[in-house]
Design a protein around this ligand. Sequence first.
Ligand SMILES: [Zn+2]
Ligand SMILES: [Zn+2]
Length: 479
Amino acid sequence: MPKYVYTLLKIIAIQQKLIIALMIFALGKKFEFLNSKSDDKPIDKKYHRLIVDKMPIFKKIVKFDYKILLEQYQLKHNKPLKPIKRRKESSVPKSLICPICGAPHIYIYDNNGHKGQFKCKICNTNFHEKNHFAKFVVFKCPHCGKTLEKIKERKDFFVHKCTNKKCSFYLKNLQKMDADERKIYKNDPSKFKLHYIYREFTFDFNSLDKDSLVPIPSDLSKIQVSPYTLGLILSYNINFGISARKTANLLKEIHGINISYQSILNYAKAVATNVKPIIDNYPYKLSDSICGDETYTKVLGKWKYIFFFFDTKKKIILSHYTSSSRDTKSACKALIDVISKYRELPEDFQVIVDGNPIYLLAQQFFAQHDINFNVEQVIGLTNKDKVSKKFRPLKQIIERLNRTFKENYHYTNGYNSHSGAFTSVTLFTAYFNFLRPHSSLENNVPVVIPELTDLPNMPARWGKLIELSQYFIPEKHIA
Ligand SMILES: [Zn+2]
Ligand SMILES: [Zn+2]
């Protein structure tokens, strides 16, 4: 190679460095993206920014007692006050009670047609579902007992603060600070969190269980292959995680069945929408310990979080809620998926999760609605504290579940549609709960459906599961 080529290459190399240096100078830190991969995964978030304090003391203020008001009505009018007669099925949630007199839902009018405003027939109070909790409860600091002050109103929550300067919680935090920190605190108190804080979530409990992303069930009669072939397709595509394109090839070259890969995608989606009700409403026998973790996948180029929750003992997936954000509302939605599968929550119900504070906030949200459970957080990579040591093995189980899910879909470089992601996650759950033998369950499947056990192979079991889900009528749980 002639010498001038070396010289040229050297010049180019120097120029490149110069350009990078100039760009860093001009664009500052924003330029960092050039050095990192553009598809950096949304993991390893540090959580210490948001500190979640323990629960406040809820003090209920019941101004009237509806039973006494009913008696007074009877005395005055010489006839009882009857519950509301409704022509249609009631839009008033059965769990709703009047915040002022405690009257049950049969005495509550829907005041503005499903928009969350109600009126009590007994005490005539108008109230809104969204903030009825605050109306009949005051929050008290768990450290000093003083009533908290509402200091901020955000979209989904109000912030209540203990402003008592003699509060033991505040004094203890103040003592912990060193001289430098105290100096900074004097100039800018907002840099530190010393007072007790409680976030009261205001999003509507009843709207949480409505998942608008779930497509309506597709018509299975449009599927033009036999139930066995359909089962074969799903076995390859879901159980073995073989892409739709390769499954189409396999069917053609091994089984001599001609079917386009687009048809395979359509069939998978149709099956997913049809098995969703059986996954959601099957009368599972569950334990008192569940574990949750978020994994992520790309949909239309954007990261989506899948909130997998599963029973640590029975190995049953109870939620696969998919959301574009890893926030408290999403955690609540995933937990609603879980809780709705119980007829009654076990007394020592425990939820094992990572260090993300959204789960503590979700716990507080549910406590506002009288649903109580323990949250155990497994933090960091080492067993620093007792809780982590005890629950780490359980956390590892769900990490393994996430890996199984990812291994199955390693061929996808993300999904091209929301329904694609929905299909994958739903069919994976169906497979995991009803079809996949689990080593720790003596190679039994987590949920044994008697009709499936004696079938000779996986395609036959898929076929039967699809058939059963068409006739599946959910038993309504008590609200
Ligand atoms: Zn009332
Ligand atoms: Zn206090």
